[in-house]
Design a protein around this ligand. Structure first.
Ligand code: ADP
Length: 263
């Protein structure tokens, strides 16, 4: 078994391939994510970041190239790869603890073990006291923490995160980024994290893969050598922010021009 968590070799995706609505979203993606590594996919809206995440999750098939997880072709979703979306859908009629262990319930795990796991993962996201509450009693930030706990309950090797904090206010988002780094380091999982926010990439990434405008290609991969916990205002962080902004700006202009042409 390969020890590369996610390996993309020349991966491409054409939505609705072979139909008049065919739409090329990704071209020639080469990317390897190491075990325990935090990789951020950064690029303008519509450049194919989420598409790549769905391919890695096994929710969609790539139309060219090869996508492997720990040496195995990704063909369908699996408990080793958990996907967390921007808007978490928790079941409103279940308690927080029941939501967190819903996947274990489906897998036939008994109630006492589920409760123990819920206790443990909610503790890790700082929400142990909320185990018997309903989702409607929680704030947006707390609900996203429950989503992370639900993913952790399955002991994933890879966390796939699609702008998970985008709906939160700026202060809560910064707190959630700190929280995520702590949880990620304790879990030893790899993370593939989609964002269009440069600050988020600076706060989180071991490496940043910068995408071109659609069809998405990887324009540059930047290794982030900043110590953790990170000071977002250190000269090195400012320098990185400047570089990411420069590389991205041309792509944002291209994406904008394309959207105007389509309108
Ligand atoms: P990003 O996450 O970078 O904003 P997406 O991966 O969501 O970009 O989208 C990339 C391109 O693929 C866009 O042009 C989008 O319209 C298209 N796309 C996304 N999902 C689908 C789908 N289910 N069917 C057809 N086209 C899609």
């Amino acid at each position: 078994m390969s020890d590369i968590a996610i390996s993309c070799r020349n991966v491409g995706k054409i939505w609705a391939k072979g139909t008049p609505r065919a739409h090329e979203a990704l071209v020639g993606i080469d990317l390897e994510v190491a075990p325990g590594e935090f990789v951020v996919l950064l690029g303008p809206s519509g450049c194919g970041k989420s598409t790549l995440l769905y391919l890695a999750a096994g929710l969609e098939d790539n139309t060219s190239g090869e996508l492997l997880s720990f040496g195995q072709p990704v063909e369908k979703p699996g408990p080793d790869r958990s996907l967390i979306f921007q808007e978490t859908s928790l079941f409103p009629w279940l308690t927080v603890g029941e939501n967190v262990t819903f996947g274990l319930h489906l897998a036939g795990v008994d109630k006492a073990t589920r409760r123990k796991t819920a206790d443990e993962v909610l503790q890790r996201v700082g929400l142990k006291a909320a185990i018997d509450k309903r989702p409607s009693e929680l704030s947006g930030g707390m609900r996203q923490r429950v989503a992370v706990a639900r993913a952790l309950a399955m002991h994933p090797k890879v966390l796939l995160m699609d702008e998970p904090f985008a709906a939160l206010d700026v202060q809560t988002r910064a707190k959630m980024q700190d929280f995520l780094v702590d949880v990620w380091r304790a879990s030893e999982a790899s993370v593939l994290f989609v964002t269009h926010h440069i600050d988020e990439a600076v706060a989180l990434a071991d490496r940043v893969a910068i995408f071109t405008a659609r069809p998405g290609r990887i324009k540059e991969i930047v290794t982030v050598d900043l110590p953790r916990p990170r000071d977002p205002f250190s000269p090195e962080a400012q320098e990185l922010r400047k570089h990411l902004t420069a590389v991205l700006s041309a792509e944002v202009d291209r994406a904008f021009a394309e959207q105007e042409a389509l309108a």
